[in-house]
Design a protein around this ligand. Structure first.
Ligand code: ACM
Ligand code: ZN
Length: 554
């Protein structure tokens, strides 16, 4: 009996200790590199904001916005001013309020947050560090900060803690296909907002396709007058049927610039994709001389891979590509331009006199694992790579660009599983891992009614849900020496079966949050169990407050 009582007491004590421990766990996603929670709390309501005079404009604007939001939601006012008489080395005891201070010794995307009862000190060396610190900081506040509604009664204090944080991978990407279904400027901004909140720093923008050309090119107005619209959309599994409704849209160059700047203020670089030489039917429909047969061509109303591709036997096609890339480079300051390269059937090249003449001229042969037509695609990739190198840019291509001989300095985006990435890294190419097996957000997540209604026509052989993605280890099967070539991980949102924002966010969230932990945090420092706790404890509530749809299951 005595033993039972002692055991029971121990159990209760253990449970309450456990509860106390759980209470002090923070809910930050992605999981920071190191967090220690201390006793006490800092009252944020009415606390004054101070920032280093060396801070960049985007960080200052983000700090002022946070102060505004806290003031509005908490009902107290505070000031935002340049910090005087302090620097990143000033001890916290000598501070009162919130300080954002530059510390040039930190890495480019690193940040630190130190909170004691009288002050909060946030340090970073540059814009992305400060923006990430702010994202983390907001996740320490009452969830009402996200809803934009007053919440005077909420607990406007945050636990005393120290957070030191920086990313595992430098490239943390998200892709959006705005060609199969078009998402307008405001929709793209909302997409960027939620991605930035999870410390994503690259937006791979898929702008051209068989089903629509979405970027204004001044030299070729038909690309958007003709190529941006299709006669209908395939809405069932029957590829030969479409709904007969004219569908389309495009971004003007002014709108593109607006989005590039908007993204930049969120710490995100936009990487445009001009997918070539396949997936070009919208361009062919606009300018039939770009094709091997001369047409007629139509912007596609169905999904799949078209046999009709650019004719690369003609110099006029290269002139077109280079002219388009000239305008693309003017619009997008990114170091990388994505040139696609995926799914380019060679049927037309095999029959086309111009393409065959080019193959003969170049002396291309079948053998060593590649056909002469695959080598012809290599030649296209190489010429485009050289052209862009002349403008100081680098290429990214889907893993098909590895077929044949790829030029030094290209970056491979591994999508047909990880094998392309494994091979490319061995060969010394940089790699972005984006395998269908983990990172395709058009793939179905489960077998509920809603899961089956939204998303790609691929029934789940397995569940491509957040848990599956969370288990992705980008270094698996990569030679130790080659891990330095793995730049990072990207999630891809293909939109054949995603028609609107409601469906988009159902497919994106919570996979976005799972992706962010794979991109940001080493596997030993995170767990799916803790991730689900944070999603349920805070992040689904944040999504509710911000008005994003999501898939509720984990
Ligand atoms: C791809 O999914 N076709 C790159
Ligand atoms: Zn041809």
């Amino acid at each position: 009996m005595r033993k039972t009582i002692i055991a029971a007491v121990c159990l209760i004590l253990g449970a309450s200790l456990q509860a106390k421990k759980a209470e002090t766990k923070l809910n930050i996603i992605p999981e920071p590199q190191s967090v220690s929670v201390n006793k006490g709390s800092f009252k944020i309501k009415g606390a004054n904001f101070n920032y280093d005079s060396f801070l960049d404009a985007a960080s200052v604007a983000a700090i002022a916005k946070l102060a505004d939001d806290i003031n509005f939601a908490s009902g107290k006012t505070s000031s935002v001013a340049v910090a005087t008489g302090v620097n990143s080395g000033t001890p916290l005891e000598a501070m009162k309020g919130i300080y954002f201070l530059k510390d040039a010794t930190l890495d480019k995307e690193e940040y630190r947050i130190e909170i004691v009862s009288n002050a909060a000190k946030i340090t970073a060396s540059g814009k992305n560090g400060f923006l990430y610190a702010l994202s983390t900081f907001k996740q320490l506040l009452p969830v009402e900060i996200f809803s934009g509604k007053p919440a005077y009664g909420a607990k406007w204090s945050i636990p005393c803690c120290t957070i030191q944080d920086k990313p595992r991978f430098p490239y943390r990407g998200i892709h959006l296909d705005c060609a199969r279904h078009f998402f307008g400027v405001e929709a793209v901004k909302r997409f960027l907002d939620v991605c930035a909140a999870y410390k994503i720093n690259r937006f791979h923008w898929h702008l051209t396709e068989d089903q629509g050309w979405r970027v204004e090119i001044k030299k070729y107005p038909e690309l958007t007058e003709t190529g941006a619209f299709r006669a209908g959309t395939q809405t069932t599994k029957d590829r030969d049927k479409h709904d007969g409704k004219r569908y389309g849209g495009y971004y003007t160059q002014e709108q593109i610039r607006e989005i590039v700047e908007y993204a930049d203020n969120l710490g995100i670089t936009v990487i445009p994709e001009i997918d070539l030489p396949g997936h070009m039917l919208a361009a062919l429909a606009s300018y039939p001389w770009l094709g091997c047969t001369g047409g007629p061509y139509q912007v596609w109303t169905r999904w799949g891979v078209s046999d009709q591709v650019l004719c690369v036997g003609k110099e006029s096609t290269f002139e077109f590509i280079f002219n388009v890339l000239d305008e693309i480079c003017e619009l997008f300051p990114s170091e990388y331009i994505h040139i696609g390269g995926d799914e380019c059937p060679k049927k037309e090249w095999e029959k086309c006199p111009a393409c065959q003449a080019k193959i003969a001229e170049l002396g291309l042969k079948d053998g060593d694992g590649a056909t002469k037509e695959q080598r012809l695609q290599n030649y296209v990739t190489g010429r485009v790579q050289d052209y862009l190198a002349g403008k100081g840019r680098k290429i990214i291509g889907w893993d098909e660009i590895l077929e044949g001989d790829l030029g030094e300095g290209a970056t491979v985006m591994s999508w047909r599983g990880t094998k392309g990435g494994i091979q490319a890294s061995k060969m010394g190419f940089d790699v972005i891992m984006s395998p269908t097996t983990y990172c395709y957000f058009d793939y179905k997540q489960g077998a509920t009614e809603e899961d089956l209604k939204v998303g790609a026509a691929y029934p789940p052989k397995k569940s491509y849900d957040a848990r599956n993605l969370y288990g992705f280890e980008p270094y698996d099967e990569i030679d130790a020496e080659a891990t330095k070539h793995i730049l990072g991980v990207q999630g891809n949102v293909w939109t054949e079966w995603i028609r609107n924002e409601y469906e988009l966010y159902y497919m994106l969230i919570p996979r976005l949050q799972a992706l962010s932990e794979v991109q940001w945090t080493e596997p030993g420092k995170r767990s799916y169990e803790n991730f689900t706790r944070k999603m349920e404890g805070l992040h689904f509530k944040i999504m509710d407050a911000l008005g994003y749809n999501y898939r509720p299951g984990l």
